[in-house]
Design a protein around this ligand. Structure first.
Ligand code: HEC
Length: 378
């Protein structure tokens, strides 16, 4: 009797043991080889019920800890319905939101019914993190996720980054496009989501959706007044990176705010490794809809002094006495707290939303081709 309840406890413990508890260095190479063999055998057996096989499950979890973040990890989690790997799945979905691995991880969380966990993770204090998870969910192109994301589109409390990511995600599946179009037609879409909605609806494979959306929405015009094609179209074109580098420093005005390998001003983030951080699609989005992607460190603020001066820019630092603000022109102002009448966060990025006005579609393609070459040097 005692033995039975003990083994029951053991089963319970193994079933709920978090992956992290299985530190790799506790496992000897011989054990590791044995575990891999057990896992191989398990995979061959049809209809294995792991709840009846605590030792096999322990071997499987130990094996998983050694291959976390790989495709095999996801295959095993799926095959054996290992719901207790959800934290690792969430990490993958967030950190690799636009790769097959991250999207598959997000798919497993949906499959396991982890909607509550997903909603909580989307509500992360850093909207950029929440938006990444939404991107992974969108790339699943599974209408099931629309129920989770649609309320975000309408929630005025959500930051633009989250609402815009939700529009983009919903717009990746056919029922979602229909819902978005109806929302637009009913004039229920917030104005700051126009770009996100136009970008998906005007790229719809469905002619009827494209033409109905065209009555309400348009994409911003490039140089010469021609509306730019949707991003889905731009990413298919090939660009000339050398020409893009020139445009970055000249017509594009990008170097007025961004440093690349030591050149340029540092109002916005250094872009020396941006090709590693962002996919071409995300690069276009950063340029065409900058306010939808403002990261924590670059929020823009509006500051009014007692004498009526209004400054907008990024807060570089603040002390009890002084606030240091950098404007879009890279001018640094130090303002005594005593002189400040009002300090307000602005929802607009200080990166101008109309940079593309100076650029033809091909110029933009060339700039993105250039940015995509800026990879981390290892
Ligand atoms: C007036 C300043 C300014 C100009 C001009 C400007 N940017 Fe930016 N850019 C910013 C700021 C500030 C951010 C960070 C906050 C945000 O995303 O809005 C940013 C963000 C970005 C990002 C995202 C970076 C990241 O790490 O996620 C990219 C990519 C980018 N800019 C590219 C460009 C390109 C290409 C141009 C020229 C066509 C350009 N920027 C022009 C200020 C500027």
């Amino acid at each position: 009797m005692l033995l039975r309840s003990f083994s029951c406890l053991l089963v319970l413990f193994v079933a709920t043991a978090p992956l992290v508890a299985l530190a790799q260095d506790e496992v000897t190479p011989a054990q590791r080889a044995r575990d891999a063999l057990i896992v191989k055998t398990l995979q061959r057996l049809p209809g294995v019920d792991l709840s009846q096989k605590p030792e096999a499950k322990a071997a499987l979890l130990r094996h998983l800890a050694t291959i976390a973040g790989s495709d095999e990890f996801l295959v095993l989690v799926d095959k054996f319905q290992l719901r207790d790997t959800k934290d690792e799945l969430l990490r993958l979905a967030r950190e690799q939101s636009d790769s097959t691995l991250g999207v598959k991880a997000a798919g497993l969380l949906v499959k396991f019914g982890e909607q509550e966990l997903l909603a909580k993770a989307i509500a992360d204090p850093d909207p950029a993190k929440g938006a990444k998870l939404i991107t992974a969910l969108g790339l699943l192109s599974d209408a099931q996720t629309n129920d989770l994301l649609a309320p975000l589109v309408h929630s005025a409390e959500q930051p633009l980054a989250i609402r815009a990511a939700a529009v983009a995600a919903i717009g990746r599946n056919a029922p979602g496009q229909k819902w978005l179009l109806e929302t637009v037609e009913a004039k229920k879409l917030a104005a700051d989501l126009s770009f996100a909605a136009a970008n998906v609806l005007l790229a719809s494979p469905d002619d009827a959706i494209r033409s109905a959306a065209g009555k309400h929405l348009s994409l911003p015009a490039g140089a010469g007044g021609e509306p730019l094609p949707p991003i889905a179209e731009l990413v298919k074109r090939s660009g000339d990176a050398a020409r893009g580098q020139q445009l970055f420093a000249t017509t594009g005005t990008c170097a007025k705010c961004h440093k690349v390998r030591g050149e340029g001003k540092d109002v916005g983030p250094d872009l020396s490794e941006i090709g590693t951080k962002l996919s071409p699609e995300a690069l276009y989005l950063s340029i065409l809809d900058p306010s939808a992607g403002v990261s924590f460190d670059y929020e823009s603020w509006l500051l009014r002094t007692l004498d009526g001066t209004v400054l907008t820019g990024i807060i570089v630092s603040q002390t009890e006495d002084v606030v240091t603000l950098k404007t879009a022109e890279a001018i640094v102002h130090q303002i005594a707290r005593d002189d400040i009448e009002q300090m307000k966060k602005s929802p607009q990025s200080i990166m101008p939303a109309d940079l593309q006005k100076q650029l033809k579609a091909q110029d933009l393609v060339d700039i993105v081709a250039y940015l995509a070459t800026l990879k981390k040097q290892s």
